[in-house]
Ligand binder design. Structure first.
Ligand code: ATP
Length: 402
């Protein structure tokens, strides 16, 4: 499935004011940006609009301010970093009400190719509820709206959806296009064999993903904390491992569904166990590798075992498309990162199209040094998961079709 939306390549923005929703929700520590990947990811669209002579008005949320404006969630540091990366001035419109006097003045003074960054959209309480008058105010600044915040596209907020009630000239940016083409193709039109790998903490977080991917993929691999609920559903003793007893029937249904559809469902055959969850999470820990049929009642499974590493690696070897979401174990701990590393390595070694679905798995792949070996690392954890569930994302739906 190719994206059938109007893109920045299809519009003429010369001399026009263009409001661009980007995802500048970067990690900050004491006012310093610790990772600017999200800013870098937005550059192609911003540069294109500048080159085309648009007046580029950027907006984004940052963090989760609860009660309106808070200095620690200001986008001011992002404006500075963006100006460095672009090599041109970025005017930061510092208004607590986002579309205030500073924003209006800055926009009125813009020349073609200028860039203005608005203050954190979540400083307005209407934003996350998609309420007026904020959508109207945002829309009043521009004649064209470009959506390029994939990481926020699963939310219908003023700046991702409501604004399009008032601006009819809409398009997606390059980042959106790239994300949707990778994830969309993988799910809707995969080159087969298509292997999906799911991990992470809880089954409950990924119910719809498991069900949808089972229908689309050839092999579904389940590791991480969520595997133990499946193992318990098969009647195994899982000791103190993470289990969701309310989802045992669901896991049984999925095991039956895989059999009915003739899909391969791979679960761990062995596991790394310890007496306790590591505390601190990256502290020293004694582990032992046992079969999933031999987990003692007083022990906890915290990573896939060595035989499982080989089994999972073998399953992706001849794949042509691999989608991976969620680590295989408590990868924050060096002793318990081996399973996640083994899967990352297996993905790095296949010639399959490899897609990492954001969140913790993206962090793990980057942290473990495999980033440049993957075809695509999604910038949106929640958004990519909803995409893998087969949902239509509100921030995509509101953009005009070609
Ligand atoms: P996101 O939701 O941000 O996209 P994710 O889907 O990649 O992230 P999560 O569901 O958040 O993953 O789960 C990641 C967490 O799961 C990690 O912090 C990891 O330590 C934990 N985890 C993995 N395996 C286990 C296990 N066996 N027992 C307990 N926790 C585990």
């Amino acid at each position: 499935m190719q994206l059938n939306k109007v893109s920045v390549d299809d519009i003429n923005v010369k001399g026009k004011r263009v409001l661009v929703r980007v995802d500048f929700n970067v990690p900050l520590k004491d006012g310093v940006i610790t990772n600017d990947n999200r800013i870098t990811a937005a550059l192609p669209t911003i540069k294109k609009l500048i080159a085309d002579g648009g007046k580029v008005i950027l907006c984004s949320h940052l963090g989760k301010p609860k009660n309106g404006p808070e200095e620690k969630f200001s986008l001011a540091p992002v404006a500075v970093r963006l100006a460095e990366l672009l090599g041109q001035d970025v005017v930061f419109a510092n208004d607590d009400e986002v579309v205030g006097e500073n924003a209006k003045k800055a926009v009125a003074e813009m020349k073609d190719g200028d860039v203005v960054l608005l203050q954190n959209t979540r400083f307005r309480k209407e934003e996350t509820k998609n309420l007026e008058p904020f959508s109207t105010e945002l829309a009043s600044l521009a004649e064209v709206f470009v959506m390029d915040a994939f990481g926020s596209a699963h939310r219908a907020h003023c700046s991702t959806a409501g604004v399009t009630d008032h601006i009819k000239d809409t398009a997606v940016g390059y980042l959106m296009q790239k994300e949707i083409n990778f994830l969309g193709n993988a799910v809707e039109n995969p080159v087969r064999p298509f292997v999906a790998i799911l991990g992470g903490a809880k089954v409950a977080d990924k119910l719809n993903v498991i069900s949808n991917l089972l229908e689309k993929c050839d092999t579904l691999i389940i590791g991480g904390g969520m595997a133990y609920t499946f193992l318990k559903a098969q009647g195994k003793e899982v000791g103190k491992s993470l289990v969701d007893d309310t989802k045992l029937d669901y896991c049984k249904d999925m095991i039956a569904k895989a059999a009915e559809l003739g899909k391969q469902l791979l679960l761990p055959v062995d596991t790394m166990i310890a007496a306790e969850f590591p505390n601190p999470i990256d502290g020293p820990i004694d582990v032992e590798c046992v079969s999933v049929d031999a987990i003692p009642a007083d022990m906890e499974g915290l990573d896939i075992g060595t035989e499982t590493q080989a089994l999972f690696a073998e399953a992706v070897k001849n794949a042509k498309t691999v989608v991976w979401n969620g680590p295989m174990g408590v990868f924050e701990n060096p002793t318990l990162a081996a399973g996640t590393i083994a899967v990352a390595k297996a993905l790095a070694e296949t010639d399959a199209t490899t897609i990492i679905g954001g969140g913790d798995s993206a962090a793990a792949v980057i942290q473990l040094g495999f980033a440049d070996k993957m075809s695509h690392i999604s910038t949106g954890g929640g958004a990519s998961l909803e995409y893998l569930e087969g949902k239509t994302l509100p921030g995509i739906a509101v953009i005009a079709d070609k």
